[in-house]
Design a protein around this ligand. Sequence first.
Ligand code: 164
Ligand code: MG
Length: 371
Amino acid sequence: MELPLHKLVLRKLKMKLKNPFSTSYGTVQDKEFFLLELIDRDGNRGYGESVAFTTPWYTEETVATTFHMLEDILIPTLQSNMVTHPDEVSELFLPVKRNNMAKAAIEGAVWDLYAKRLDIPLAEALGGERKEIEVGIAIGIQPTMNQLLEKIQGALDNGYKRIKLKIKPGLDVDLLSQVRSHFPAISIMADANSAYTLGDIDRLKKLDDLNLLMIEQPLGHDDIIDHAKLQAAIQTPICLDESIHSVEDVRKAWELGSCKVINIKIGRVGGLTEAKRIHDFCYEHDIAVWCGGMLEAGVGRAHNIALTSLPQFVLPGDTAGSSHYWEQDIIKPEVIVHDGIIKVPKKPGIGYDMNFEVIEKYTEWKKEYDF
Ligand SMILES: O=C(O)CCC(=O)C1=CC=C[C@@H](O)[C@@H]1C(=O)O
Ligand SMILES: [Mg+2]
């Protein structure tokens, strides 16, 4: 049955993070993004959120390229084609190379609308079964060791199930050893955001003594060959983040032995349909999967929660609670983490209502598109 699309409302928002988030690439303080509200002829509303940053340090996409893609390519494509199921959106966008975060923003709104039309939770529409999901937390690079230890303790006090720390050359073996000696038994992983090369192999081998859950994206953002060499040389499981844009990337990485774990970010892989394909491949091949974060506001967070309800998300994701990032989130209720657990909402679609008071407060401009 056709999805009778009526109108798309595109809002540009800017929200200040409570705490700046620092990685080997740099620091994020303000999060700029698009909120997409897709309305059908029966008055149902589906929501999507874009995740690209203002500069292309994580992937090549930015807020500006997202707008260009939405305005000039993706929205017109959706306007001129009929869809019956969200999977058809990624088919429609197939001739457009990459620009996965822009594609995911619009596809996410279609998925939410589709689930709402069926009157079922998005998690169920995706085939998810979990009623609750376990989550961890990502802690950015801190100015001092004491501040880092305090942040970790605070996260543990809040029940988060695993701690992800950012590392870079010079802020790695010693830093992680100190953390490990303060917290001998906790689940710790390190994210390098491509800060190393194979020349650092001896340094990276030292991490094997620290019982890390995994090391995320140690080498080049577009590499799977050197990662295979590194994985053969170290015991710590490698997780790929930046290198993975599709299920084909996962298949190749798996065949080469480039990693043991996959971080799925809906935006990086072009939407929930491709995220689900990656999930299914990993399920069949017994590859551990978890859901990464992009410092999302509530709508993006809600999509992550729905996705994480699928069975192969066997490791805690980066979906921390709203209050970890924001003074006020754009959804009601906010995402609450209790003892490191989020309850998957039972209401239709993403399962959270929009908080338009907050949305209006942070909206810089909005624009409407008719279908
Ligand atoms: O959303 C979160 O809480 C996790 C954020 C996070 O760790 C990242 C977001 C975006 C880019 C990176 O710095 C990093 C990552 O690589 O996973
Ligand atoms: Mg990462």
